[in-house]
Design a protein around this ligand. Sequence first.
Ligand SMILES: Nc1ncnc2c1ncn2[C@@H]1O[C@H](COP(=O)(O)OP(=O)(O)OP(=O)(O)O)[C@@H](O)[C@H]1O
Length: 586
Amino acid sequence: MNRRMGTRLVWAVLAGSAADLAGLGLIAAAAWLITRAAEQPPLAALSVAIVATRAFATGKGVFRYAERLTGHDVALRAQAGTRERLYEALIPPQRPRHGGADLLSRMVDDTEAVQDLLVRCLLPAAAAAMAGLAAVVVGLAILPVAALVLVAGLLVAGVALPAGTAAAARRWSARIAPARAALASRVADLVHGSADLAAYGADGEALAKALTADESLAALERRQARVHAAALAGGTLVQGLTVAGVVLLAQGAGAGSVGTAVLALTSLVAFEPVLPLAAAGERMAGITAALRRLRDVRSAAPATTEPAAPAPRPEAPLTIEIDDLVVRHATPPLTDGHPPLEPGDRPAPDGAEPARGGAGRPALDGVSLRLTPGKRVAIVGPSGAGKSTLLAALMRLVEPESGRITVNGVGLEALAGDDVRALMTGLTQDPYIFRATLRDNLRLAGPGADDEALRRAVRDARLDGWVERTGWDAELGEDGRTVSGGQLQRLALARALLFDPPVLLLDEPAEALDEETADRLMADLLDVTRDRTTLLVTHRLKGLELVDEIVVLEEGRVVQRGRHDELVSVPGYYRDLWESEVLTRR
Ligand SMILES: Nc1ncnc2c1ncn2[C@@H]1O[C@H](COP(=O)(O)OP(=O)(O)OP(=O)(O)O)[C@@H](O)[C@H]1O
């Protein structure tokens, strides 16, 4: 927290305390006024109390307003700062420890905990302490022994009770947070996977699982509510006992009707800001768990280390040298922070990393490759061979264990990650279409691109016909659900072409398309990438006679390399794949 935030916080505490003190003063002055007035003194003897009552009444409202204003201002700023730091922590490519709904719940719910920490816990606690102290001072002035009883009552209600509720709630909160995350995941599955669930008739089961998750969350929350109600009742009981004790002591010590009334009402009011602390203690348990989860996201180690003083970005034309590259993934891929899908399953305990195996064989094991300006290289190989890992290493999303990648002789590790991705990027395996207009979806890759550049990109991606029909300002649904698979890939290709990196990386552009669409896309793609430095990962071999080199990867190693004609003339993975492709086309 910076100094300005600290100052704002102090103002909020002062305003809150002043409001509570004004409330206390109001009751003390009013009690004195009423009891003294009953003795029918001359009016002049009451005038100070009358003015004080009015001043305290007005002051209370004004200070409360100021407290709400400054308190919420500081809390919202703190929350915004936390979100900002969380975004910043997510920007460098990370090992995927959290994703999807789980991350969303951390972004939204957990950052709200920061707001609650200030508004519901710290500020009320500080103001309650000030008001309690003032009430004790009043008590000491009238009857010290009554003040001692008040201190004891306030400590029980303001310290012991909140500590108890915090401990009780911590137990529930450790179960409620994962239950909430589990429900969020189930709901996200229902919403995003509705088409697949309906297609396989699994919607009923998925709905039942979501309802079970909902019920277990509701059950936990009901139990927490019972703790809450018991804590509130306990606080009120302590308040009543303390006031009764103070009155008895005052009467026993002969404090007089005015003194007794002032003592009784001051004690009663001193509890007003203290009683909500039991609920605050309870909330505190949830807040500490949320803050721990946020710290967990922020402390996730980035997958690569940025150089302290990055080398200048090399200028195109670029020659890329990959030399004996070994990449081992540190953590096996995590899907979505989902709990297991079996019935009766349990989400992982709060913050715990599900165990999913250890670092096994390297994903890339001694790969070498030279990409000169204008050269097109295709990477083929079975699933899991390391093709996407190679692209990830080129984009500096993973750190090599050994070996090196250089760009015009400069090691990738010496360059800023953003610079590397400005030089080498393109079509990812799973391109994302945003819920925005077609134009804005393209402009992501070129915010300053003029209409001519946009038109050129869609023309090169052979998407101009569709764009003309749809219109530049057509809203595309989230994740491109309003476009076909082929259109989605072409849109992503147009985006990559608009960005126009010196080295174009294309990860399985024709994946998941029907044969005809895939063939057309590959043909267009090979046409548009002519004379562009391109690395193309593909499972389809048709058209690869046009590329300069084909590298066959298997289990992270280069097992074959050469041109199409050379590779089909020798036995091996490539020829087998080619023959099966030719057979299926017949
Ligand atoms: N983030 C990750 N964490 C841990 N292991 C990973 C990660 N990404 C990939 N792997 C593993 O590394 C190996 C190579 O994966 P990669 O995705 O590079 O293969 P691929 O050839 O692109 O496969 P596909 O054709 O199915 O996309 C696989 O064994 C895979 O399980």
